[in-house]
Design a protein around this ligand. Sequence first.
Ligand SMILES: *Cc1c(COP(=O)(O)O)cnc(C)c1O
Length: 395
Amino acid sequence: MKVPFLDLKRQYGTIRDEVLRSIHEVLEGQNFILGEEVERLEREISDYCGSRHAVGVASGSDAILLSIMALDLEPGDGIITTPFTFFATAGSISRLGYIPLFVDIHRRTFNVDPDKLREFVETKCHLGKKDQLMSRERNIPIRAIVPVHLFGQCADMDPILELCRRHDLRVIEDAAQAIGSSYRPVSDRPPRSAGTMGETGCLSFYPSKNLGAFGDGGMVICQDAGMGDKIRVLRTHGSRPKYYHRLIGLNSRLDALQAAVIRVKLRYLDKWSERRKANALTYDRLFRDIDNDGLGISLPFTQYENRHIFNQYVIRAPQRDGLRKFLQQHGVGTDIYYPLPLHLQECYRHLGHQKGDFPVSEDAAQAVLALPIFPEITPEEQHYVVEKIGAFYRS
Ligand SMILES: *Cc1c(COP(=O)(O)O)cnc(C)c1O
């Protein structure tokens, strides 16, 4: 048997006619950049996520970049994020001349750990003029935080938001892996959607995300009209009207063809995310049957009453690299998100971090393994995956 890590062809097979019809309409109209199709998608994504505004952009990375640009910070300001995320989160901070300040993750959720954040503020910061939070090590003001909702589960936002209120930090949510997930720490309060808790939420339509385009695409969602408007201006080189530039922006627009594809897929997103959740439960059960605890394998953890949409199903496994190779030899595709934490990346050598600075992230980087969890995977395939994992540890 062969179990691919991700098989987009199966999904395409179920929506081919609808997608082709939608693409055909765009081709007949010959309007390819932004336009009505993108505006329709922006309204639909706003409705889906429960945001007031949505702005289509070229990628999830650009959604983060544009959101941070819109904050108008001072060069050299510090922005907190985690070292265990896709590069774009911290890369966007650095590209704009700000300094990423890393705080380690929670062992079980892989998201920024609110206790470590508090500890960071208490031990690594001091208050400057006008009570501005300052990084003691770097002697720079800290202005914002970019929490990441990794693998499809929201970060523990309440303590983060509370800290941000106290210290006047701005919040940009990296919700690239989390469209449709929600945060619910207390069961008698309504859930809050990923991307709607901070000043902006950044979505990605990269093909491997739960809502994937046929290429690159992204969106910024937000509640404030001024913020939405600013990102709209920034995505077209800061111009309004055309050829009159109020701001220095960039070219970061969503294509009508991508919007047409995403609009079709959005109608299935909840069904697909529910399938992923069901697949996660199937894995959990199969792993208990092979005594995963006894083997030292830890399973994904859903915190509180969050809605986890399982963009990835990530286990921690002893001898991870050997296991991955064994699975590959038996036709099972897996992936590693992420093999090297950001503070140890070559491009961040100038930040002066060392091994041991963020031990939970470093430990995760050498133990995590993402298993196939796409909506169309069959129970037989999942059974095969777990059986092979059991076989590896027995051999
Ligand atoms: C995918 C991803 C991004 C970037 O999205 P692109 O659309 O690929 O640019 C940013 N952050 C995280 C956590 C992601 O997973």
